[in-house]
Design a protein around this ligand. Sequence first.
Ligand SMILES: *Cc1c(COP(=O)(O)O)cnc(C)c1O
Length: 348
Amino acid sequence: MIAVPSPLRLRLSSGALVANWRWLAAQSRSAACGAAIKADAYGLGAREVMRHLAAAGCRDFFVATWAEAAALTPLPEGVSLSVFHGAGARDMIAARTLPARPVLGSLEQVARWREAGEGRPCDVMIDTGMNRLGLRVEETAGGALDGLSIETLLSHLASADEDSAQNARQLAVFREVRQAVPARRYSLANSAGICLGADYAFDLTRPGIALYGGIPRREAAGHIRQVAFPEARILQVREVRQGETVGYGATWTAPRDARVAIANMGYADGYLRCHAGSGGATWQGCALPLIGRVSMDLTAFDVSDAGAVEEGDWLTLDYDPPSTAARSGLSQYELLTGLGARFERAWV
Ligand SMILES: *Cc1c(COP(=O)(O)O)cnc(C)c1O
């Protein structure tokens, strides 16, 4: 095989990842702090994220599907893995063989696990107002969960990133459920939930986005560091004369003679068209505004003020999640999970 160097890389800072986890763990007080690593750790690479966080002391990991769990085996020593989507009929072989627990999310799944789970431990999701996955509170009554070996009883906050009255309502319901349903541990808070305060932490927190550089609420600003830095190589630098246009639809016209760098990256890489008009990059500290439309595999930047920039140089995209979300209209989650497979993930 020939080693083909990638013209796109996602520079990933393990130092920032671990620092973010430590801050979230400190905010979680006496609760353990886990990590949601579903969707390939929000696009950063679940195996590497798990390795770095396990080395830092994180013990509780969460994925969405059994395929994601299978891709992570063998697990690092001493860690536990839970699968949010639970034990569907088609999941049972995986659920009985892989070293992970289902998060049972319906009475059907509870019955299935009792029948075929061979007494193995499970987690259970209780719905306290999200109405997505989880047993309704009233379904936990009447011994519905008797006989299960419940490791973690979970619920999920719907509006923790907002100052919504729903947060306190969900907290109150979860406290009631906690009195009624025995489990070894109780877990409610995602990243934003951790920022709501120690009342929300219970025994175990489950941050995702904040580990990866997202700011879930203002309380985290100044504490959470950017982890993922997308970089693209310049394919060519061209001279564009005043009055000429660049790219599809001719949406950018050179106001003066300009130099334009064409970067090896586009919407097929998850760098979407909505970045046009506000996106940018840097080269050796110089700001390079994005110009024209984003194409499938190419994006143009104005490098008129960037001195000696040339073919083969790397551009670092402006991709700090909170500010990029604010200007693009995409969520911080979409910004990270959308980054495509052509980015080579490079941990530093
Ligand atoms: C994704 C997810 C998390 C992590 O949420 P963030 O907002 O990324 O911190 C926690 N719990 C559940 C059930 C999830 O689906």
